[in-house]
Write a protein that binds this ligand. Sequence first.
Ligand code: LRH
Length: 495
Amino acid sequence: MTGRTVVAVDLGAESGRVTTVSFDGSRFELDVVSRFANTPSHRQGLLRWDIDDLWSHISAGIGGLAGNGTPIDAIGVDTWGVDYGLLNADGELVDAPVSYRDGRNIPPFEDALRALGADRLYGATGVQLMSINTLFALMADARQAPERLAAAKTLLMMPDVFHHRLSGSLVSEYTAVSTSGAYDMAAGRWATELLDELGVPTHMLPEVAAPGTDVGPLVGDLATGALAGARVVLPPGHDTASAVVGAPLTDPHGLYISSGTWSLAGVETPAPVITELSKAVNLTNEGGYAGTIRLLRNVMGLWILQECRRQWEREGTAYTYPELAALAAREPGLVSVINPDDQVFLQPGDMPARIREYCRRNGFPVPATVGAVARCVIDSLALSYRVVVDDIAAVIGVRPPSVSIVGGGSNHELLSQLTADATGLPVRCGPVEATALGNAAVQLAALGEFDGPAEIREAIAAGTTMVGYTPAAGDGWDEALERFNALRSRPAAPE
Ligand code: LRH
């Protein structure tokens, strides 16, 4: 294939991939050159990411391309949101970055809510109030490890920790910054007054750069052979932002669901929507490509099922996802529901036991079998999406007419059908590789191949075989929604 070839590095909170994406002027060709696990581990009392391990996989994946005949034009990295690295004056990490799943964020989150209130916190940023937000991790640093912050010259959001290794750049990319809960989305600047009030220093906050910014040439040992001329171009560094660029949305108010460990469900808007109602229903305003905003909700997503699967494996049976879906499909629907966003499901552990305990505590039949647990999770995710559709409709005054599911979870047939049933909307699934495609397409746009998101989406849609689901005239969803909403209005369970 002639044309341009870029490298999209996509790091999820479970695994990472290095992918080459070529574009010949009309068609994308995507080749995953390496896949690797990304597993945080407990070190020095905290759940931490192993950046050196990730970097060794990324550099091996990229380095393997040096001997190819195809010159690489650009490289960009996207990662999961909210986490960050602190760099000292020598450009080295002060220590291993901490995972948002560490419980350390919860006390500062609760204290900030008590001290300043949801109005002030949400009003200052426009970001969904969640314990995982960078803001609360920075508060935890300021309280428990002030020496980390004192030693830090620059904070870089996770994608930019790798852009720094690739190019030496010390900026943070806007879409990644927008997940922090420490950035004022309406004013377009760090929310320094809020950070001051919460006792978080601000000396280390970096300059923020737009997706599509060329931050310099690839440097170091990697810059040889086919990689010698490669530029480092910031894609939308937040994986969800890249995934939504890669979502072939056609309806202007169409709902996307970027479905993976998390489900990010929402619509694209031209400006932040920060109103009494958006605050009341806790919708976030995340920054997107080309000045767009993603008005969405972070729903806990397939994480709960992933953790169930790990627990069943520890107990001796390794189910595949299709096996779990088949077992779930045989169960009656909407028997027991959970609120996937309850804090009890945030941390790793024995998820089936937590689900059973949750159902017992809330007076639902306790799911006894693997299939019943899986069905409970999948039904509950579909109900969460229904709530997002209702909340978005109330906030923007337009009901999304369709749903586009992208990412790994778009392969999940039962969840896709139940999403159609729960929302009453037609669902289209694909591409699975939306994140890598969105990441690459923004690099390609910076190289002059595309003129904005509409052209990108047209090209992605033309090369994707999408699978459609029509809502079945089922009953039970409205009654289940009442039970579900009652759960959501209850305070989080004690740990
Ligand atoms: C999904 C995601 C999501 C949240 C979470 C921390 O991978 O980026 O949008 O920010 O991770």
